[in-house]
Design a protein. Structure first.
Length: 764
């Protein structure tokens, strides 16, 4: 490696080893060293190899020295992997790559060198997420705001969102002040930043925000780094937020030797600030840029790739590419419909056992869900079957904070002497039972050998506590007593809902503005679902104890269970994709909040899920799903209908939606207000399903012990007469004004006239 510092490049032909095995597109991406380059790399196309070989090529040919390369990744793990791969090619010289790392780590290096320009000392402290929340809480307290309504976590999330967009307090649009604390958000942001400066501290967002401030206000400093970095390489460019985008553009303006690697079809982090537009406008930002598409896939079968490509083609905001492979073998993508979520978990559990019996390691199998609340059914089924599993990206369902809190409330209601439960939830949410009060309860409980609840009752009869603490403790004890008195009169589900609402715990997460709040609310609703499956509260709590005590001794040979977001970058021989129903996937919350852009991101998430599979991809949906303690009829996801017919094998339970196969209902033709009935029944997918059934639609069988809301009449015969009073789960009560076969027009009391399928109506 003596030639690293040479001015003239070395002929690559003299050292071809590191180029061996590259396909034509990968080689083109490696050799296109000068000017802006966008490496549009599809899933499984070897983009990491192309990127690391490009770095090594720049060094080996003498175009740059290690310290003249800026290589940016999103995770420390990716940075380590990249460094190891480059080291395997160029040897010890890799240690000179001091500017290879994450956005935050490189931003911190630059900031420490110029900290005084933004009012900090080079020794500044970097706050973690918990520290950020605590500091935000202090700012809220100093402003005299209601801490229960306006939480530190909520303010921290709002500020982080602004920093992701590159906005300092003076640049936040005035109309966004109402995002928090009734118009005080910007003032609180300014106070938060002032407090950080006083503490000589920076949070993660500041590491880039301060860089931007320095570069924009001190052109001489910017010029130093523009000259320093001869070549820039950026991985996962589709996941950059606005601040990262601005930072990269500033640094690349002089030499313009920037290579960005990414896949617009895998941009799935809009909820945390990622902007897919960054990659879509690369050619406008850098005129004359070369766009090199890596489309040859080394991972999946032809059917899996064709299914994924057919699905993602429905997106409009994309640069476009088509994955292909030289492989010729492989099974079709399986789409299976079942009656309910429990049956779905049973089906997948049986499939996993079947694969295991064939000799396939459990670690080859992955279940990828849209939302974490879906995991409970699979965890419980796996425990029943004795299948070891590993949850990735978070704790198991019953180990999650919000689930443990909810269960602790129920435990204390069942047994007032449960001190662990008392200690966990007595001040969650905050009830002004401060540390001193809890210390007093603990000390007296130990001295008298009493439970904390019994000790609390004793203290309430004394003058040991101050008036405020005494009042707060009395309200808590009375609340627990009131709920305990309802154990024998209320159903476990109703009691659980009552407890979560009256305790303020649900509102605590409703008012929380963090990105995780919605997921935590969904998990609380799933607790209600779980409780509703038991006749008594005691039976449920015993079940939880047994599940939570499940021994996870194995670390290898486990089924993978994770969300689709957590699965990005991973691959498995067999992938199960459950819950492909409207409202679950695509997520109704995402559609309500983000509209068409959110739908495209949901579709990209589906694309990511399919392309995780190497050999087998199995999609499933349920006709009924227990949602928030109540059974609801579910329509198959519109994404199912967007899968190419030739790449899909359909298999569903008899009677599902009135046919033996999946309906493949064209959900893209459904919107929140109306159903285009003609389009629904003319849809090729529906016709395929009817043809596959070999018979006319008929009324579905009942699920034992459970009422189903699905009721499908024979084609051509109206189920409801004109004038009939009916009820619809979404639109409420109304009266039938027209009926033709299964197509019904209803004038709803609060929603007006709607066209609906009679399957989703019941007589009022």
């Amino acid at each position: 490696m003596a030639g690293l510092g040479a001015a003239a490049p070395v002929d690559p032909a003299s050292a071809p080893a590191y180029m061996a095995g590259l396909n034509d597109e990968q080689r083109a991406a490696v050799e296109a060293t000068e000017g802006p380059v966008l490496m549009l790399a599809g899933a499984g196309t070897g983009k990491t190899r192309a990127l690391t070989t490009r770095l090594a090529h720049l060094l080996f040919t003498g175009r740059a020295r290690p310290w003249q390369l800026l290589a940016v990744t999103f995770t420390n793990k990716a940075a380590r992997e990249m460094k190891e791969r480059i080291g395997a090619i160029i040897g010890e010289s890799v240690e000179g790559l001091q500017w290879l790392g994450t956005f935050h780590s490189i931003g911190a290096q630059i900031l420490r060198r110029h900290a005084e320009l933004v009012g900090l000392k080079p020794s500044f402290t970097i706050l973690d997420a918990d520290d950020m929340v605590r500091l935000a809480k202090q700012v809220i307290e100093a402003a005299g705001l209601d801490e229960k309504r306006w939480t530190g976590r909520g303010l921290s999330a709002v500020i982080d969102g602004w920093k992701n967009r590159g906005l300092t307090p003076d640049k936040v649009p005035a109309n966004e002040a109402w995002r928090f604390a009734d118009g005080k958000a910007i003032a609180l942001y300014a106070a938060y930043q002032a407090r950080l400066t006083a503490l000589n501290a920076a949070d993660f967002g500041d590491l880039l925000i301060h860089n931007l401030t320095i570069f924009q206000q001190h052109p001489d400093v910017l010029a130093i780094y523009q000259d320093k970095f001869h070549y820039m390489l950026v991985d996962e460019y589709q996941d950059t937020n606005v601040a990262q985008y601005l930072w990269l553009r500033l640094l690349a303006q002089t030499r313009k030797n920037i290579c960005c690697v990414g896949d617009d079809d895998q941009s799935i982090y809009g909820w945390r600030g990622a902007e897919v537009e960054n990659i879509l406008r690369f050619e406008k930002d850098f005129p004359g840029a070369k766009v090199i598409r890596l489309e040859r896939n080394y991972r999946s079968t032809p059917a899996i790739l064709a299914a994924a490509s057919g699905l993602i083609a429905a997106n409009k905001a994309r640069l476009g590419k088509t994955l292909w492979t030289e492989r010729s073998e492989g099974e079709l993508v399986k789409v299976r419909g079942v009656w309910d979520g429990e049956e779905e978990a049973r089906l997948i559990g049986d499939d996993i056992e079947s694969e295991q019996n064939k000799g396939r390691p459990l670690s080859d199998l992955a279940v990828l869900v849209r939302a974490s609340f879906q995991m409970r059914a699979f965890e419980e089924r796996f425990n029943t079957l004795g299948l070891p599993y590993r949850v990735v990206g978070g704790p198991r369902f019953y180990e999650r904070e919000e689930v443990r809190d909810a269960v602790a409330y129920l435990r204390l209601i069942r047994s007032a002497d449960d001190d662990l439960a008392f200690d966990r939830i007595s001040n969650k949410p905050a009830r002004k039972l401060g540390g001193q009060t809890m210390q007093t309860i603990h000390a007296l409980a130990r001295a008298r050998n009493l439970s904390m609840m019994a000790t609390s009752r004793l203290l309430l009869e004394s003058d040991e506590l101050g008036a405020a603490a005494c009042n707060a403790l009395r309200k808590f004890v009375e609340m627990i007593d009131r709920w305990s008195g309802e154990i024998d009169t209320m159903s476990p589900r109703d009691l659980t809902e009552l407890v979560l609402e009256e305790s303020g715990y649900t509102d605590f997460w409703r008012n929380n503005k963090s990105a995780k709040a919605d997921s935590k609310l969904d998990n609380l609703k799933e607790v209600v679902n779980a409780v509703s499956e038991f006749d008594t509260l005691a039976a449920y709590l015993d079940h939880v104890a047994l599940v939570a005590d499940h021994n996870e001794a194995q670390t290898d040979g486990q089924v993978w269970l994770m969300t689709l977001h957590a699965a990005k970058g991973l691959e498995f021989p067999v992938v199960f994709l459950p819950g492909w129903e409207e409202g679950v996937f695509p997520s109704q919350r995402s559609l309500d909040e983000g509209g068409a852009a959110a739908l495209e991101e949901e579709r990209r998430l589906a694309y990511v899920g399919i392309t995780r599979a190497r050999e087998s991809c199995r999609i499933s949906f349920a006709a009924n799903r227990l949602m928030y303690g109540r059974w609801q009829t579910s329509l198959p996801s519109r994404f199912i209908d967007e899968l190419p017919e030739s790449e899909v094998e359909v298999a569903s339970q008899p009677g599902l939606y009135g046919a033996a196969a999946t309906t493949f209902a064209s959900q893209s033709r459904f919107d929140a207000a109306r159903v285009d009935e003609d389009a629904y029944y003319d849809n090729p997918g529906w016709k395929r399903a009817r043809a596959a059934s070999g018979r006319a639609a008929s009324s579905p069988p009942q699920i034992e012990g459970r009422a189903t809301t699905i009721s499908v009449s024979a084609p051509g015969k109206a189920k409801f007469e004109i004038g009939a009073r009916v009820f619809h789960q979404k639109f409420g009560y109304g009266r039938v004004t027209a009926a033709e076969g299964q197509k019904v027009t209803v004038n709803f009391d609060h929603s007006g006239a709607k066209k609906v399928v009679d399957s989703f109506l019941t007589a009022a």
